[in-house]
Design a protein around this ligand. Structure first.
Ligand SMILES: Nc1ncnc2c1ncn2[C@@H]1O[C@H](COP(=O)(O)OP(=O)(O)OP(=O)(O)O)[C@@H](O)[C@H]1O
Ligand SMILES: [Mg+2]
Length: 398
């Protein structure tokens, strides 16, 4: 059985917590026109966001960088994640007034703590922590997880995986549409309107991660609510130029990234380089913290619009999803840069298409679970660079 109720579970690089979406997906294959139309307005029965306990968040953040006794700590963190995911499942089922027995499967992303595809031995790896067996045990529902490894095994980046779902929901015949997911990292999906044209996508750079990091360091807050702090600052041109010189931005897709690159040290190095440049010119540099925040917001907006201009220059609309869509200042900067670089393009939150911005990624993992159960491919080789399409995920029966 492959149709029916699914729960998609997503916890991304922002490390804010887990999103759970309870959704009814059509029985028929998505190539069927009717079911594609159903996916256009996915029937979401309930959605919950469950923040991570701060001890788990701290440990997950620590596991993003090399440390002592990692195997032991990662195993315990994977248990902790399964417990939080199971609680989110319980909460979303209660909100949707559904029983566990009525759910076909959970599609669970897990927590990326390392993402190094194509490195080291040429294949590299990507690691999403989650004890899938424990999640099946606690929820009583079959679990599909570990979606990315198979694509990496086939020589791909293992990311992004959401473009296939974005295509089902947001593509418009006759109009070029782009989807920008602003999670910790930002990824773009390119949906050409021309019949038969290839869907593409890649991680374009930082989403919220630098803004969140700086906000945490300077103000002790997890994020800059509505972008108000960034909006109170002025962009620092020298710092922005140094950040824009990061080679990742100029790399051709397929490409994907994470906290492995855009971490607190990357941010500190940009600031140190800027300070060194000023000292060399015998100038003083004491930037205001809000100006630095404005610069990280500008970097996110600039790199996204610049990648879009390069790869889908005739996009008529840019649909923004992920928590970053709730950052008013960032949305205004995307709209302003879009206006000057791609006149006529509309910049809208995904809500305008009937899917709340923060629900999109969780829905994608519900759909990927269904796709796995159908033994259908979940990856797009044009996106990830894999040798071919592959059925993704590992299954833990109920
Ligand atoms: N009201 C808001 N104002 C500003 N930023 C917000 C607001 N609400 C959420 N955010 C940002 O969104 C982030 C969470 O977004 P999201 O959950 O989409 O990211 P993620 O967990 O990294 O997910 P993914 O990897 O799936 O893209 C927060 O860390 C914060 O930076
Ligand atoms: Mg999140």
């Amino acid at each position: 059985m492959s149709g029916g109720l699914f729960v998609g579970l997503m916890s991304g690089t922002s490390l804010d917590g887990v999103d759970a979406a309870l959704v009814r997906l059509p029985e028929a294959a998505p190539t069927d026109v009717d079911s594609t139309l159903q996916l256009r307005s996915p029937q979401v029965l309930a959605f919950v966001h469950l923040p991570f306990p701060s001890s788990l968040r701290t440990e997950l953040l620590a596991l993003n960088t090399p440390g002592t006794n990692e195997l032991h700590r990662a195993a315990l963190a994977a248990n902790g994640l399964a417990r939080v995911y199971a609680q989110a499942v319980g909460d979303v089922l209660a909100a949707g007034e559904c029983s566990a027995g009525s759910v076909t499967a959970l599609g669970a992303h897990g927590q990326t703590v390392r993402h190094r595809p194509g490195e080291f031995d040429g294949l590299g790896y990507t690691t999403q922590l989650l004890n899938g067996a424990l999640l099946a045990e606690l929820s009583g529902i079959q679990v599909v997880c570990d979606f990315r490894s198979r694509d990496v095994a086939a020589g791909g980046q293992g990311a992004p995986l959401v473009p296939a779902f974005h295509a089902q929901v947001f593509a418009r015949p006759g109009q070029d549409v782009a989807v920008l997911n602003l999670g910790g990292i930002a990824n773009l999906t390119l949906l050409p309107g021309e019949a038969g044209a290839q869907v593409r996508g890649f991680d374009c750079g930082p989403g919220n991660v630098l803004m969140d990091t700086w906000c945490q360091q300077q103000r002790g807050l997890a994020f800059d609510a509505d972008g108000d702090w960034a909006a109170s600052g002025e962009v620092l041109p020298d710092l922005l130029d140094i950040a824009l010189a990061e080679p990742y931005f100029a790399r051709q897709p397929p490409k994907s990234t994470g906290r492995d690159l855009f971490h607190a040290d990357w941010l500190a190095n940009c600031l140190a380089d800027c300070l060194a440049g000023c000292l060399a010119r015998r100038a003083l540099w004491t930037p205001a913290a809000q100006d630095v925040q404005a610069t990280w917001a500008e970097l996110t907006a600039r790199t996204a619009i610049s990648a879009l201009q390069t790869h889908l220059p005739r996009a008529g609309r840019l649909l923004v999803c992920g928590g970053g869509a709730r950052n008013r200042h960032l949305m205004l900067r995307l709209a302003a840069l879009g206006q000057s670089h791609m006149p006529g393009m509309q910049v809208l939150a995904a809500d305008s298409e009937g899917v709340p911005a923060e629900q999109v990624e969780a829905l994608a993992f519900a759909w990927l679970a269904q796709t796995a159960l159908r033994h259908q491919p979940g990856n797009l080789p044009a996106v990830t660079g894999a040798l071919g399409t592959r059925v993704l995920g590992a299954l833990y029966p109920a």
